[in-house]
Design a protein around this ligand. Structure first.
Ligand SMILES: *Cc1c(COP(=O)(O)O)cnc(C)c1O
Length: 493
């Protein structure tokens, strides 16, 4: 299987796509064609464990990797999750299920891919004959940084450096990163907001001067953010796995179509669902849920992607994003894989902050997708209602998805299609906001929030968050956005 860029250019192997992350012309790598999973194969997968299902899906895209090794890597990755199912499906109501993707080491769905990515990258380097040390640079607004640190800590031949905006992450997220263990990790706060941070990191990637200096040190750069196909591929697996779980538990018949609602930021998670559908998984509709930063809701309504709007800081910070990078992959497919048109649209967005798709293309997208959003009050309401009605607690991001799903049910009362709502973070990751939603109480301190939330819900507190309170802070440096490269050079020594 070869990969092509959404903006044209050379075909590459899956290994190369993962190692480089982004194509040279700035486009995203997509598979040359979607591998298919037949109904027979789905039947065979019913008996498989989660790691076996994941390895099977990965191997369809990454056929130059070794199957047995891939399976061993998936088994190792998902053994780090709490409980015996890394992606359990919880029945909420008749025909409504929560797919919990937050049982991994950092309590957010990013773990589903970032526990596997280190293997995919290391092996990818071997396949491509890359001998240099790999340095992974990550700009994060919260969850990706911690999941990447945890995934790559103490990995052979790899160093990882995470940059976060000094005033753009929650207290819990900051503590998770600054107490990170491992001999090959570094974390630096960057003065300014997430955009300043991301721009500074991108400049290092694009600078020829930096590349030369790194080469002298025997180091090559790589990226762990969600435009890397190595992040996307493991996410496809849980859509298959949850479908199979519904068949196994006789909630649906094999072949019956289902819907998913996905809380969306960078469009990575929901795009994986679309890929699963393209591979033959019986998915009817995908509901794209946003918070007050509802650029995707508007796009799915009008076909115009328009960055000229206010940016809101919300209680679902991992969805506070205006440039949803992975949407480029959907636009590329819908245009009939027209790379010139895709490149033009991305250039329009960069230059004018705006692009539009045709009426025909919008219609095609809407055959599968619809969009909705929850403002701050609406997500609180949705979280509260479910807590009171059925005793289920969800995090703030999942709260937005819940509201969008409920809107759908109200508009389509006779719709019998089963709905899976994707739950992306453990509620204890945002303890104060979740506590407020379910009890109306405000507390000033995160650990107090955890204690009160536990008292209110009796839900188990994950060890990795409880421990944070007593862990020594290892990283406390703040740097100017312009000086990040000297931090990098100091780190690699
Ligand atoms: C990253 C994240 C999202 C958004 O996922 P995308 O793949 O960026 O669309 C939603 N919820 C949580 C908790 C996240 O960490």
């Amino acid at each position: 299987m070869k990969f092509i860029s959404t903006r044209g250019g050379e075909k590459v192997t899956g290994a190369r796509a993962i190692v480089t992350g982004l194509s040279e012309n700035g486009g995203l790598y997509v598979p040359e064609k979607f591998p298919q999973v037949s109904v027979e194969e789905l039947g065979e997968m019913l008996e498989m464990s989660y790691p076996e299902r994941a390895a099977k899906i990965l191997l369809k895209y990454l056929d130059e990797y070794d199957g047995a090794e891939l399976l061993a890597a998936c088994e190792k990755a998902y053994s780090k999750f709490e409980g015996d199912d890394p992606a359990p499906l919880v029945r909420l109501d008749d025909g409504v299920y929560m797919l919990e993707l937050w049982h991994g080491p950092t309590c957010a769905f990013k773990d589903m891919a970032l526990t596997v990515l280190p293997y995919l990258l290391r092996k990818g380097c071997d396949i491509c004959g890359i001998k240099e040390e790999i340095l992974i640079l990550v700009a994060t607004s919260g969850d990706t940084g911690k999941a990447a640190l945890e995934g790559f800590k103490n990995a052979d031949g790899v160093k990882i450096m995470v940059f976060y905006p000094s005033d753009g992450v929650s207290k819990m997220q900051k503590l998770q990163m600054c107490t990170q263990e491992g001999s090959n990790v570094n974390v630096v706060a960057v003065k300014g907001n997430f955009d300043d941070c991301q721009t500074a990191v991108k400049e290092i990637f694009q600078s020829a001067e930096c590349a030369v200096k790194l080469k002298e040190k025997g180091v090559v750069l790589s990226s762990a953010n969600s435009i890397n196909f190595g992040r996307l591929a493991p996410q496809i697996a849980y859509y298959f796995s949850s479908y199979l779980d519904l068949v196994s538990s006789e909630q649906i018949a094999m072949g019956e179509e289902i819907d998913f609602t996905v809380p969306t930021g960078n469009f990575g998670n929901i795009l994986a669902a679309y890929y699963a559908k393209q591979m033959g998984l019986p998915i009817r509709r995908l509901h794209c849920a946003s918070n007050s930063n509802k650029i995707l809701t508007d796009f799915l309504e009008t076909g115009v992607y328009d960055l000229h709007r206010e940016f809101y800081k919300t209680t679902s910070p991992s969805m506070d994003i205006l440039v949803s990078s992975n949407l480029e992959r959907l636009i590329f497919e819908i245009s009939g894989r027209d790379y010139k048109l895709t490149a033009k649209r991305m250039a329009d967005m960069k230059n004018d902050g705006k692009y539009a798709i045709s009426a025909g293309e919008l219609e095609k997208i809407r055959e599968t997708f619809d969009g909705g959003y929850a403002d701050e009050d609406e997500s609180v309401e949705a979280m509260y209602d479910v807590f009171v009605d059925v005793g289920y607690t969800m995090d703030t991001h999942t709260g937005c998805a819940m509201k969008v799903a409920v809107d759908w049910f109200e508009k389509h009362k006779k719709d019998e299609t089963k709905m899976v709502i994707v739950s992306t973070a453990n509620p204890y990751k945002f303890p104060q906001d979740v506590l407020y939603a379910v009890t109306g109480n405000d507390v000033k301190d995160s650990f107090k929030g955890i204690k009160r939330l536990h008292a209110a819900t009796a839900m188990a507190v994950p060890k990795c968050l409880k421990e944070l309170r007593d862990k020594p802070v290892r990283f406390s440096k703040t740097a100017e956005a312009k000086k990040l490269f000297s931090e990098v050079m100091e780190f690699i020594g």
